[in-house]
Write a protein that binds this ligand. Structure first.
Ligand code: FRU
Length: 720
């Protein structure tokens, strides 16, 4: 009996010891690519360079998601290099081979497992189109069936051109089953509401999300889908497909990802109660409800409304998936966002462009006497071409069936801006083209907006030319309102400009490279076409970064442009449009006052968040006149005649011995105007909600305030 008990106890004990989980053998690293060279790996061709890359290579988008400092990156000397990289032989001793992989998607780009001279497993990168991401993501193979066999790993880059490279890192053998992926995971919806709410995790690997209607591919986007708790919910407007079968297909999802499951359909916006009230939401600067914006596009006045389209990534906090978002306003100040109007298609993502009203229906797209609104955009695929879309109601837009209207001239040509040229009764398009390694503007003409002829090239071969990079704008302005003295202005994306003459074919500048704005974060501005009172109103992309928000970036306030004569010749002035006055809620007037160092702060009693300040000063013997607007320092140096905003300095001459200054301050920064608009300083700055204090002082002497007005402003957003 005792013996039996002993045996049972022994059995139980041994059983117990067996039932504790068997410890998986440690992972075996096949290669981590941390060395200066490839060691025992053999490389052929030139794609893989002399050794592992230390991250991003010259000319490449930011590479991320690799382990340690080094990785295999076949972008060595660009996309056109090819080659192979092969490991020495090793024994398969674990059930799985796991690795990180990124780069292009192609059968010419592969990570291969070779057993007995045969390719038994193969993987490639995720990107097949313009855009995408250089992030590496985990992947793995089940190799149990090859246990004990000898194998090699080979990395192949036989691809040239866009996405002609592959990135690989951290190849290891492991017994722990890596999370597996579901390829082409799908979810079907019968569309009953306006929105699908898409969960976004900033920085997650981008997944290719394809939207199909009744089985037909309509649009694809690269989306940082949240597998678990999202950072925010993107709005996918599906109202166009009401009552239809919609499928969302994701190229690759973790088996336990909640991304597709968590998508809800509704007419309401999630977190609607905080919409437009977010702590970093500009209150009188346009920004999209959700997602990223860059350039203003298609700025036009049509049927009683200003239309503002914009480069929009509805599904990311950063640039990508370029759509044309759309907003309208009756007064340039209060905007209503209407949803995305141009979606990426098989010709590529929708890059920047412009709009005109075709009053004489030269295009033939008008209906029942209604002049059509025509949009010009760049379809930034391969090739990159110029295309048009039209509308007769300002709400629905149809892409022209015979697009493109201008074929690719050279890769990356983009940003068509179209105007009507009254003297020659034709349309003129300015287009940014890199031509003979220079930044040029190509001028095209047309009588019907569909057929375009090259008329001339500006800055192509002129020495010192080539400053005109991206997003041209082109218009004529009178000097000091004198209609007999007009000049044509050609603007680049950074707002540098040239002034000259234009005969309908060729622009001849008398002066170039004049500076536009003098601040920071102002780019790709566009003026509105067809403004009824003939004003030239410009709006810029304002690079206001809003970390932690479900949107990012914004637009500047609308600016009225004029030309004024200076000692150096005519120059452009930037001033806030008068419509902004509608934001004023309470005004504080200060009469003529002297301002001495040590005086009490005249603005002491005021507490406000959104503010407009307008003042005129005689500098007297003051060395500096200084405003502190909610921590944004606005300092005028009377001797240097220089204005500094948040530490950023620019020349700002006194005008008739006076300093005239206007300051607009929103949650996202300040826009400061001096020298009657000759000096415009936009400065992104994230203000603190709780700080509502304003100060004004003179330093080093006494200044005279001739007039000073301070307007407390209301938000321009209409919230429920
Ligand atoms: C300028 C720009 C344009 C292009 C667009 C793409 O910011 O690079 O040239 O059309 O952005 O979003």
């Amino acid at each position: 009996m005792k013996l039996i008990l002993t045996v049972i106890t022994a059995l139980l004990l041994s059983d117990l010891s067996f039932s504790s989980p068997a410890r998986a053998a440690d992972d075996l690293v096949v290669a981590d690519f941390e060395g200066a060279d490839y060691g025992t790996w053999k490389s052929t061709g030139d794609a893989f360079g002399p050794g592992p890359a230390r991250g991003t290579l010259p000319g490449q988008m930011h590479v991320e998601g690799f382990h340690g400092k080094g990785l295999v990156n076949s972008f060595f000397k660009g996309d056109d290099t090819t080659g192979t990289l092969t490991s020495p032989e090793f024994r398969i001793e674990r059930k799985y081979i796991a690795f990180l992989i990124g780069g292009g998607k192609s059968d010419k780009l592969a990570l291969q497992l070779i057993v007995d001279g045969k390719i038994v497993r193969s993987a490639t990168g995720p990107n097949e189109r313009h855009g995408g991401s250089e992030a590496l993501a985990p992947d793995s193979w089940d190799v149990n069936e090859f246990a004990g066999r000898t194998a090699k790993i080979r990395i192949v880059d036989d691809a040239k051109g866009s996405w002609g490279h592959i990135n690989v890192d951290h190849i290891k053998q492991s017994d722990v089953k890596p999370k597996s992926f579901v390829e082409d995971a799908e979810r079907q919806f019968l569309v009953t509401s306006q929105y699908l709410h898409i969960p976004i995790k900033n920085g997650a690997p981008k997944r290719v999300v394809t939207l199909l209607i009744d089985g037909q591919r309509v649009v694809r986007n690269d989306i940082e889908l949240a597998d678990a708790e999202p950072d925010w919910w993107a709005l996918m407007d599906v109202s166009l497909w009401r009552d239809k079968q919609l499928t969302l297909r994701v190229d690759k999802l973790h088996e336990d990802s909640a991304a597709l499951r968590s998508i809800e359909q509704s007419n309401e916006i999630k977190d609607a109660e905080s919409l437009y009230r977010e702590s970093l939401r500009g209150q009188f600067h346009f920004s999209p409800k959700r997602g990223w914006n860059n350039d203003p596009n298609g700025c036009v006045f049509y049927n009683g409304e200003y239309h503002l389209f914009f480069q929009h990534n509805p599904y990311g906090w950063s640039w990508g998936n370029m759509h044309w978002g759309h907003a309208v306003s009756k007064d340039l100040v209060h905007w209503e966002e209407l949803g995305d109007k141009l979606l990426p298609d098989e010709m590529g993502p929708m890059f920047s462009g412009s709009a005109v009203v075709d009053w004489k229906n030269t295009s033939g797209f008008g209906k029942n006497g209604n002049p059509p609104l025509i949009l010009f955009y760049t379809a930034a695929g391969n090739p990159t071409v110029q295309a048009i879309a039209y509308s007769t109601d300002g709400r629905t837009f149809t892409k022209y069936g015979n697009n493109p209207v201008v074929k690719e001239i050279s890769g990356g040509n983009r940003d068509p801006k179209v105007i009507w040229h009254e003297p020659t009764q034709q349309w003129v398009m300015t287009l940014y083209v890199e031509w003979k390694k220079r930044h040029t503007i190509h001028f095209f003409t047309s009588t019907n907006l569909r057929d375009w002829k090259l008329a001339s090239i500006s800055n192509g071969d002129t020495p010192g030319g080539g400053f005109l990079f991206e997003c041209p704008d082109f218009f004529e302005l009178p000097v000091d309102g004198d209609l007999t003295r007009k000049k044509w202005a050609l603007l680049a994306a950074n707002s540098n400009y040239a002034l000259g003459i234009f005969d309908g074919q060729k622009f001849i500048p008398d002066v170039t490279r004049l500076p536009g704005h003098r601040g920071k974060g102002f780019y790709a501005a566009q003026s509105f076409s067809d403004v009824p009172d003939g004003r030239r109103v410009l709006i810029g992309w304002w690079q206001t970064e809003t970390k932690g928000m479900s949107f990012n970036q914004s637009m500047t306030i609308p600016l009225e442009l004029r030309l004024t004569q200076t000692d150096d010749g005519p120059r452009m002035t930037f001033n806030p449009v008068k419509e902004l006055e509608t934001l004023r809620t309470k005004t504080h007037h200060f009469g003529a006052l002297t301002l001495k160092p040590g005086d009490m702060n005249p603005l002491d009693s005021i507490r406000t968040e959104l503010v407009e300040v307008r003042g005129e000063f005689d500098p007297g013997d003051a060395r500096e006149i200084v405003f502190n607007i909610r921590d944004i320092m606005v300092e005028y140096d009377t001797r240097k005649q220089e204005l500094s905003v948040a530490g950023h300095r620019a020349p700002a001459s006194l005008r008739d011995g006076k300093l005239r200054i206007t300051i607009y301050c929103d949650r996202t920064g300040a826009e400061v105007f001096a020298s009657d608009g000759l000096c415009y300083i936009p400065m992104p700055y994230n203000t603190k909600l709780e700080n509502k204090r304003l100060f004004l002082e003179s330093r080093g002497g006494t200044a005279k305030i001739n007039s000073l007005e301070l307007h407390e402003l209301s938000s321009a957003w209409k919230v429920k």
